[in-house]
Write a protein that binds this ligand. Sequence first.
Ligand code: MLT
Length: 206
Amino acid sequence: MKHIYKPGRRSDAPVLLLLHGTGGTEHDLLSLADAISPESAVLSVRGNVLENGMPRYFRRLAEGVFDIEDLIFRTGELNDFIDEAAVQYGFDRRNLVAIGYSNGANIAGSLLFHYENSMKGAILHHPMVPLRGVEIPDLSGVPIFIGAGENDPICVPQETEELAGLLKGAGADVAIHWERFGHRLTGTEVNAAAAWFQGRFGSSQT
Ligand code: MLT
C-alpha cells in the first residue's frame, strides 16, 4: 500500500498508524502525529480504494452504507500490510497506536473488530460502527479515545454511543470527547487526544 514511514526518536514510544479521511492521503495526518506524540515512529497509509478519484480504505454503496464484503477484505489487506511493514522497517508490531479520522477511523475500528492484538490503543476521530454482528476479540486493557460531534450528521451521537458500548463490551477502556463542530476535526479535539495519549502512553507509562 502507498505509505510513508518515519522512524521515531524514542524506540519505546508507540508507533503511530495514521489513517486519513475520504479524499485524503498519507500526508494529511502527519501534523496530528507531531501534536500527539512527536517522538513516535509513524506509519501513514493511503487507502487502496478510489471513489471518484478520492482515496478511501474500503468501498461504500452510499454515504454511511458500507460494502461489508469489501470492508472485510480491505481490513485483512491493511492488517497484512502492517505486519509486513513491521518486518520491513523493524518496528514492534505490538507497539502500535492507530490515529484515524472518519473513513480512517472506521477502518481502524474494523481492525479492532476483526483482529486480536491489532493495536495497543486507538484514537478514533468521528468513527461509525464499522459493521454489526461480529464477535469482537478481547480488547481488555486497550485504551480507546473517541472524538465525536454532538451535531455530527455523518457519525450521529447514538452511533458513537453504540460503538463505545461495543468496544467496552469487549473490554476496552473507552473515553469519549464531545465537540459541537459537526464532522470537523478541530484543534481542541486534537489537543484532547494528545492529553489522553500522554496520560496513557506518555514516557512515565511506557
Ligand atoms: C465512511 O464512509 O467511512 C464514512 O461515511 C465517513 C466518510 O468517509 O465520509
